[in-house]
Design a protein around this ligand. Structure first.
Ligand SMILES: [Zn+2]
Ligand SMILES: [Zn+2]
Length: 411
């Protein structure tokens, strides 16, 4: 009796999953999920249905390939195949295999379907020639010196060779010039080395000298590009009167970018009036470690509903400090960089205070974390009970894996 009911419910659940897949296929097709502020279609499905991301990915995979898998999805809608069974097929099966797997799935478990799909002969990834040649730098510390081994594919090795040769040639030419000047008997050259002994001892530059010259030249160029050695810090110049911001040695910023960059003071802000610095904003706007801890304790993850990002979160000022918003707990929320950017571009809105946070999408509709689930008001789908796959032992010896038919020959 219990199994009868289980079969009936399973059939109904499969049919409902089939309908969900159809709805998701429509959402996917219309591309309307983009304006919900979600990172991806599976993220949206997981959020709206209150399921795991893995489950949502399965739904999205089937939805995406449903035109290509008419028989399998029909069996899902009719309640005879489960979401997981069709999911395995949609995620991995070869093109044109719909009929093959629809037939197999009628009696195969999810695990057996996985095995069957693994047996498909995959076309050799010809375009990618075997594995890329190795590239490596290893370092061995000796007592008096350090040995580096650099392994490069031929094209890169050729670049390295040419650069090394050029620097070596340059040094040798320089050496010859210096020595030609000094070989004269007319006394020391005022611009050249003064000490005769030095000249004697200075050997012909080797390829190692060429290498060091190459490294130094590269480093010099780097330092010239970043005079203050600001490797990762974004430096922003902000004119306090006109509220115009520009990146250090870079372009003027649009309003959204300015507020985004200056929101969480991980960048260095220079306040200027009439182009003259009047102070740097690091000390005042920076979110102290203590405050940051308190924020993390309160918010745990990105506060945008449906997003559970926990890494690289920004502290966002609900009222931007440009507008007098204080750098304190009630005015700050943690957001992931993606949603932070989205907010400052105006695609989602975060309205405070933090303990009464209201997040709305581009259309002004509030976003909540709750799934859309509610008690059913319509009768369950009328489909035949589903007893599941027979689960009999599969005899892979006799199994013919699906093989993509060869393309029709041109003649
Ligand atoms: Zn912000
Ligand atoms: Zn987020």
């Amino acid at each position: 009796m219990l199994f009868e009911e289980l079969a009936e419910l399973t059939g109904q659940r499969n049919a409902i999953d089939g309908r969900i897949v159809d709805i998701v296929a429509e959402i996917d097709h219309d591309g309307i999920w983009g304006n919900t502020g979600c990172r991806s279609l599976p993220a949206l499905i997981a959020w709206k249905t209150g399921t795991s991301l893995r489950n949502a990915e399965t739904v999205a995979a089937i939805a995406h390939r449903s035109p290509e898998l008419p028989q399998c999805t029909a069996a899902l809608r009719a309640g005879q195949l489960s979401l997981d069974q069709v999911g395995v097929i949609a995620e991995r099966a070869g093109e044109g295999s719909d009929a093959h797997y629809a037939q197999l799935a009628a009696s195969a478990t999810v695990a057996q379907l996985r095995t069957a799909i693994k047996l498909e002969p995959r076309p050799d990834p010809e375009p990618k020639p075997t594995s890329p040649p190795p590239r490596a730098i290893t370092k061995t510390d000796g007592e008096q010196s350090t040995t580096w081994r650099i392994t490069l594919p031929h094209p890169e090795a050729a670049t390295f060779d040419a650069a090394l040769q050029s620097h070596h040639d340059g040094l040798v030419a320089q050496w010859k010039r210096d020595h030609a000047d000094d070989s004269g008997e007319d006394g020391p050259d005022p611009t050249g080395p003064v000490d005769d002994r030095d000249v004697q001892l200075s050997p012909l530059p080797t390829r190692v000298d060429g290498f060091m010259s190459l490294v130094e030249a590269g480093w010099d160029a780097d330092v010239a590009r970043r005079p203050h050695g600001q490797r990762t810090t974004v430096v922003v110049h902000l004119d306090v009167e006109s509220r115009v911001a520009a990146l250090h040695l870079g372009p003027l910023l649009p309003d959204g970018d300015r507020q985004y960059l200056t929101c969480d003071a991980t960048c260095e802000v220079w306040f200027e009036r009439h182009g003259r610095p009047i102070g740097s904003g690091r000390e005042t706007r920076v979110i102290s470690r203590r405050l940051r801890r308190a924020l993390e304790h309160r918010d745990h993850c990105c506060v945008v509903p449906g997003c559970a990002a926990t890494r690289g979160l920004h502290a966002h000022h609900l009222v931007h400090w440009e507008d007098g918003g204080p750098t304190e707990l009630a005015n700050l929320v943690l957001v992931c960089p993606y949603h932070h950017r989205l907010h400052h571009r105006g695609l989602i809105t975060l309205r405070g205070p933090a303990h009464h946070l209201l997040v709305t999408n581009a259309a002004g509709e509030p976003l909540t974390s709750a799934s859309l689930a509610r008690s059913p008001t319509t009768p369950p789908p009328r489909v035949a009970p589903c007893r599941g796959p027979t689960g009999e032992r599969a005899d892979w010896w006799w199994y013919d894996p699906f093989e993509t038919p060869p393309p029709p020959s041109p003649n």
